[in-house]
Every structure is written in structure tokens, then in C-alpha cells.
Design a binder for this molecule. Structure first.
Ligand SMILES: Cc1cc2nc3c(=O)[nH]c(=O)nc-3n(C[C@H](O)[C@H](O)[C@H](O)COP(=O)(O)OP(=O)(O)OC[C@H]3O[C@@H](n4cnc5c(N)ncnc54)[C@H](O)[C@@H]3O)c2cc1C
Ligand code: SF4
Length: 275
């Protein structure tokens, strides 16, 4: 396999982009990703925080300690993965991580692998989605994406500027990708509008180094509070107000997540109202 260390955006031409590699390397090892060419993009992706702009190459470890970063994002980074992974993992790569659905990781021929069924819906799905789970019941694993969604983040790529929610789409039989980036399109920067207060709360099956069972981010601007959830739908989920959980469609063994989410949403909203 060829490894190209890009020093200009023009050199990012074909192959698979790799930044920290914490996601790409395991997927290559497991044969889920295959390529003849890896392009190391660390030399061309902005890194660091400048006011309300965050380079997509900034690591989670850098973000969790930066006082310029809003509370919700700092906390989402601090609670993600392990210190070693946060040292290597970039925020751009985090937003584009693949599902942790065990059927997908074990290469079952499910909808997201081009097959004709969702094995999780019919099988073991305790950790899966409570919203938008009819075609693919996977639960988006990014704490960071939920925080950025609540914060109203804009994404700047090599081709366009878009709202963070437009980076994702629900999979369908015609389009099974969960991310809307075009081939070769790279995330360069994230732009965070100012908020008055924000928070990120996370339920996990142990206190450290675990993906969110449910993650809840809330951000308040004046009297308006935006709430976004991780671990509840195939994409990061913007909740339609505090009563938005009434619209959940849990699977037989995911109803417990609705109650966990309700409790976290209540706490998050109270917390940003008091700040
Ligand atoms: C064991 C484990 C536990 C974890 N726990 C959590 C957790 O609790 N919460 C959480 O939120 N995350 C968790 N993560 C995810 C982790 O944070 C991500 O793997 C990491 O942030 C990815 O960043 P990276 O730079 O290593 O990405 P890479 O592996 O280099 O890339 C990941 C993907 O993004 C693409 N990519 C990378 N940068 C760009 C860019 N700038 N533009 C376009 N495409 C790009 C790559 O092509 C690839 O598809 C965990 C990961 C592991 C392995
Ligand atoms: S939840 Fe999604 S990724 Fe998992 S088996 Fe079903 S279709 Fe595949």
C-alpha cells in the first residue's frame, strides 16, 4: 500500500484520507476499508483554535483543555475514548467515524454494507437507536458531533460551507452513506457561533473509555435552548424541544434509552438555564 504525505490540497487525490488513524487503521486491519493508497492529510488540515474557529486537525486532547472552547464541546471531548486516542484523534475524523454497530463491524451483509436487511433490528440491538431506526438502527457514536450540533456549528470544507446537520443524512436504499461529503472533499474548519451557556452529559456503561449509550448536549442563546443527542439515531440527533423524546420509536430492547435520555435532557436544560 502506498502512503502519501500530502503537503498541498492538490495532492489529496484519490485513496483514503487519514489523520490520526484511530478509525482508519482498525477498519483497514479488519478489511472493512480497502485501498491501494492512504493520504496522510495532517500537513494540509488546519489545527488549533482561533476565537470561534477550530481547525479540523485539532485533537480532542487539545480541545478538552482549551478555555476558548465552549463547555459542551470541551466536556464531550474529555468524556470521549481514552487519553491515548484523544491525543491522536482529530475533531474532523471524529465527525466522520463509522458506526459501532457490531453487525456492521463484523461485516454482516446488512443495509449499510449494501445488503437487504438490518440484522440489528431483528437481532441484538440493546445499544441501538430510538429514533429513525426503520432502515438502519445504528446509534451515532460521536459525543463531539452532538455537542457541535447543539452549538449550531458551521462546517467549512474544501468545497462549501454547511450547517453541521447537513453533513449527515439518514441512509436509504438509494443512498446508504450517512455522510454527505463528496469524494475527496475535506473538512477544514468548524465555526461555532457564540452561546450564553452549554453543557454535555453522557451515560455510559462504565465511567471511562466508553461510547455514549446516550449523550445529551444543550446550548442556550438568550431564552432559546438547542438540544442534541448522541447514541440515539443513525446520525447525531437534534431534539425537537424537551418533549421531543415523546416522538421516539424505540425497538423492543432500546426503550430504556428513552428514559435515560429524558433524565439527561432534564438535567442539561436545568444546567444551562442556571449558568
Ligand atoms: C476504542 C475507541 C473508543 C472511542 N470512543 C469514543 C467516544 O467515547 N466518543 C467519541 O465521540 N468518539 C470515540 N472514538 C472515536 C475517536 O474519537 C475517533 O476515532 C477519532 O476522533 C478519529 O480521528 P482521527 O483523526 O484518528 O481519524 P482518522 O482515523 O484519521 O479518520 C477517520 C475518518 O475521517 C476521515 N477524515 C479524517 N479527517 C478528515 C478531514 N479533515 N476531512 C475529511 N475526512 C477526514 C478519514 O478519511 C476517515 O474516514 C473512539 C474510538 C476508538 C477507536
Ligand atoms: S443497525 Fe445499521 S449498521 Fe447495524 S445491522 Fe442494521 S443496517 Fe447494519
Amino acid at each position: 500500500m502506498e502512503l502519501v504525505r500530502a503537503t498541498s490540497l492538490e495532492q489529496v487525490d484519490g485513496g483514503i484520507a487519514i489523520h490520526g488513524g484511530t478509525e482508519v487503521v482498525p477498519l483497514l486491519r479488519d478489511g472493512i476499508l480497502q485501498t491501494e493508497k492512504l493520504v496522510d492529510i495532517r500537513g494540509v488540515i488546519p489545527r488549533g483554535v482561533a476565537g470561534n474557529r477550530i481547525g479540523a486537525g485539532t485533537t480532542l486532547a487539545e480541545l478538552e483543555v482549551d478555555p476558548q472552547v465552549p463547555d459542551a464541546l470541551r466536556e464531550a471531548c474529555r468524556l470521549a475514548a481514552s487519553p491515548q486516542l484523544r491525543n491522536m484523534g482529530s475533531i474532523g475524523g471524529n465527525l466522520l467515524q463509522s458506526t459501532r454497530c457490531w453487525y456492521w463491524r463484523l461485516k454482516y451483509p446488512c443495509h449499510l454494507h449494501g445488503g437487504d436487511r438490518c440484522h440489528a433490528r431483528e437481532g441484538e440491538h440493546r445499544e441501538h437507536a430510538i429514533f429513525a431506526n426503520d432502515y438502519c438502527a445504528s446509534a451515532h457514536p460521536s459525543d463531539v458531533a452532538a455537542a457541535l450540533l447543539a452549538l449550531g456549528t458551521r462546517v467549512h470544507t474544501t468545497q462549501r460551507e454547511l450547517a453541521l446537520e447537513d453533513l449527515y443524512r439518514l441512509p436509504t436504499v438509494e443512498e446508504r452513506e450517512l455522510v454527505t461529503l463528496a469524494p475527496g472533499e475535506l473538512i477544514l474548519e468548524l465555526e461555532l457561533p457564540p452561546v450564553d451557556a452549554s453543557v454535555y452529559l453522557k451515560a455510559m456503561d462504565r465511567k471511562r473509555w466508553a461510547f455514549p449509550q446516550v449523550g445529551v448536549a444543550a446550548a442556550r442563546v438568550g431564552g432559546e435552548t438547542r438540544i442534541a443527542l448522541a447514541g440515539v439515531a443513525p446520525v447525531p440527533w437534534l431534539l425537537d424541544g424537551v418533549d421531543g423524546l415523546d416522538a421516539a420509536t424505540p425497538l423492543p430492547r432500546t426503550a430504556w434509552k428513552v428514559e435515560v435520555a429524558r433524565a439527561l435532557v432534564r438535567r442539561a436544560v436545568t444546567s444551562v438555564a442556571a449558568k
